[in-house]
Design a protein around this ligand. Structure first.
Ligand code: 2IT
Length: 445
C-alpha cells in the first residue's frame, strides 16, 4: 500500500469529502509501515476495502413544525464495517451534518469500537436537522419521522444506533418509542436508553468518565498525576459534563467550557453546582454558554473565541471535529501545555497534531480517549441481551478495565525507540489490525 497513491484514487472517487479524506489519510499514514510487512493485506486489498463503507442509506424526513409548516430534512445511516460485530455508532442531529462528516465518523467508529475489546462494528448516522430553539413537541415529531424510515435498516443484531451531538436521552426516548411501535418488539436496538426501558447506569457519564480514566493513565505513564492539574475543556454538552464531573472528583481544576458563542474562563474552577448548571444550559436548547458568567461571580465570557488561549497543563477538546487547529496548538504549547486528550472525534487538525508530536507533548486521539462512551453502549447491549441490569459499580468497573486495555494497546503499538508514546499511531494500529485480521479470516466480502 502506498498512502499517497491510495489517497489520490480516493479523492478522485469522493471529491470534496474533506473530513472523510482527512480521517482516512491519518489512519493509513499510521498503519502504512506495519501493513506493508503483511503481504496478505495487500493481496486481499484490505486497505482499499476498509476505507469504503459497506453501504449508505439516505432518506428524506418531512415533519410539521409548531406553526403548522412543513419542514424537510435529510436522514442518513452509514453502515461502515461489520467484520467484528453488528454496526454500532451514534446519530448526530446538527445543521452541519453531511455525508463527508458521517463517513469520517463511521470510519473512526470502526477502529474505536475495535479498541473497546467488545464485538461491535462501525456505523454513524444522523440528520441536518437543527435542534437549536426547537420545542419539545417538534423534537418528538422529528424523531418519530426520522425513525419511520430508519427502523427498516437497524436491529439489535444488525445495527445499533445511539446518541452523538444533538441526540441525548430525550431524543433516544422518542426514537426508541417509534421503533418499538413499528417493529412490535422491545429489544436493545438503541443504546443510551432511559433507565425505565432498558438503559444502563453510567452510560450518560461514560464518555467523559472514560476520557478522564484514560487521561489519568497517560499522566501516570509519564510519571505525573491528575490531581491539581489545570484543564481547559471545550464544549458544554454531555461529554464535557462527564469529563468535568470526574476530573473535579479526582482533584483536577477545570477552568474553561465553551459553546458556539464563545468560551467561559472560570479561574476558581468548576464545582458541583457549576457542573450541574451545564445541564441547565444544555436543556435550554439555545446552544450558548454566555449566561454562565452572569450566574457565577469571577467567571468571564469571551465572545467568539476558543478556550485554547488560556494557559493550562491539559487541553481536552470535547466539542466537535477540527475545533483545535495549528494556531491553537502553537498557543497552547507556548503556554506550557503538556497533555492533549482529544475527546471529540478528530477534534484536532493534522497541523495541530503534528505540532504536538514535534514538541513531544503527549497527544492522544479521540478514538482512544472517547471510546468509553461506545464501550458502555456495548455493556448496555450485553445487559439487554441477558435481560438483566448491572449495578453502577459493576458498569464503572468494566468501563475502567476497558479504558486500561485501550491504554495498554496504545503503549504496545505506539511506543517509539526514544520512549515517546505516540498514542495516535498506537490507537490507529491496534484498531486497524483487529479489523484487518478479522477481514482476512472471513474472506472477500
Ligand atoms: O462517537 C461515539 O463514539 C458516540 N457518539 C457513541 C456511539 C455509541 O454507539 O454509543
Amino acid at each position: 500500500m502506498n498512502v499517497n497513491h491510495l489517497m489520490t484514487e480516493l479523492e478522485r472517487k469522493h471529491p470534496g469529502e474533506k473530513e472523510y479524506l482527512q480521517a482516512v489519510r491519518e489512519v493509513l499514514a499510521s498503519v502504512e509501515e506495519i501493513y506493508n510487512r503483511h503481504p496478505e493485506f495487500g493481496a486481499l486489498r484490505i486497505a482499499e476495502r476498509i476505507v469504503e463503507p459497506d453501504r449508505i442509506f439516505t432518506f428524506k424526513v418531512p415533519w410539521v413544525d409548531d406553526r403548522g409548516e412543513v419542514q424537510v430534512n435529510i436522514g442518513y445511516r452509514v453502515q461502515f464495517n461489520n467484520a467484528i460485530g453488528p454496526y454500532k455508532g451514534g446519530l448526530r442531529f446538527h445543521a452541519s451534518v453531511n455525508l463527508s462528516i458521517l463517513k469520517f465518523l463511521g470510519f473512526e467508529q470502526t477502529f474505536k469500537n475495535a479498541l473497546t475489546t467488545l464485538p461491535m462494528g462501525g456505523a454513524k448516522g444522523g440528520s441536518d436537522f437543527n435542534p437549536r430553539g426547537k420545542s419539545d413537541a417538534e423534537i418528538m415529531r422529528f424523531c418519530q419521522a426520522f425513525m419511520t424510515e430508519l427502523w427498516r435498516y437497524i436491529g439489535p443484531e444488525t445495527d445499533v444506533p445511539a446518541g452523538d451531538i444533538g441526540v441525548g436521552g430525550r431524543e433516544i426516548g422518542y426514537l426508541y418509542g417509534m421503533y418499538r411501535k413499528l417493529a412490535r418488539e422491545n429489544t436493545g436496538v438503541l443504546t443510551g436508553k432511559g433507565m425505565t426501558y432498558g438503559g444502563s447506569l453510567v452510560r450518560p457519564e461514560a464518555t467523559g468518565f472514560g476520557a478522564i480514566y484514560f487521561t489519568a493513565q497517560m499522566l501516570e505513564q509519564a510519571g505525573d498525576e491528575l490531581a491539581r492539574k489545570r484543564i481547559a475543556l471545550s464544549g458544554f454538552g454531555n461529554v464535557a459534563w462527564g469529563a468535568a464531573l470526574k476530573a473535579t472528583e479526582l482533584g483536577a481544576k477545570v477552568v474553561t467550557i465553551s459553546g458556539p458563542d464563545g468560551f467561559i474562563y472560570d479561574p476558581s474552577g468548576l464545582d458541583r453546582e457549576k457542573i450541574d448548571y451545564m445541564l441547565e444550559l444544555r436543556a435550554s436548547n439555545n446552544d450558548v454558554v454566555a449566561p454562565y458568567a452572569e450566574r457565577f461571580a469571577g467567571a468571564e465570557f469571551f465572545a467568539g473565541r476558543k478556550p485554547w488561549e488560556i494557559p493550562v497543563d491539559i487541553a481536552m477538546p470535547c466539542a466537535t471535529q477540527n475545533e483545535l487547529d495549528g494556531e491553537d496548538a502553537a498557543r497552547l504549547l507556548a503556554n506550557g501545555v503538556r497533555y492533549i486528550a482529544e475527546v471529540s472525534n478528530m477534534g484536532c487538525t493534522p497541523e495541530a497534531i503534528d505540532a504536538f508530536i514535534a514538541q513531544k507533548a503527549v497527544y492522544a486521539p479521540g478514538k482512544a480517549v472517547n471510546a468509553g462512551g461506545v464501550a458502555t453502549s456495548g455493556l448496555e447491549m450485553s445487559q439487554n441481551a441477558m435481560k438483566l441490569n448491572w449495578s453502577r459499580e459493576e458498569v464503572d468497573r468494566r468501563l475502567h478495565e476497558i479504558m486500561s486495555s485501550i491504554h495498554r494497546a496504545c503503549l504496545e503499538y505506539g511506543t517509539e525507540p526514544d520512549g515517546y508514546i505516540n498514542y495516535m499511531k498506537g490507537a490507529n494500529i491496534a484498531g486497524f489490525m483487529k479489523v484487518a485480521r478479522s477481514m482476512v479470516e472471513q474472506g472477500i466480502l
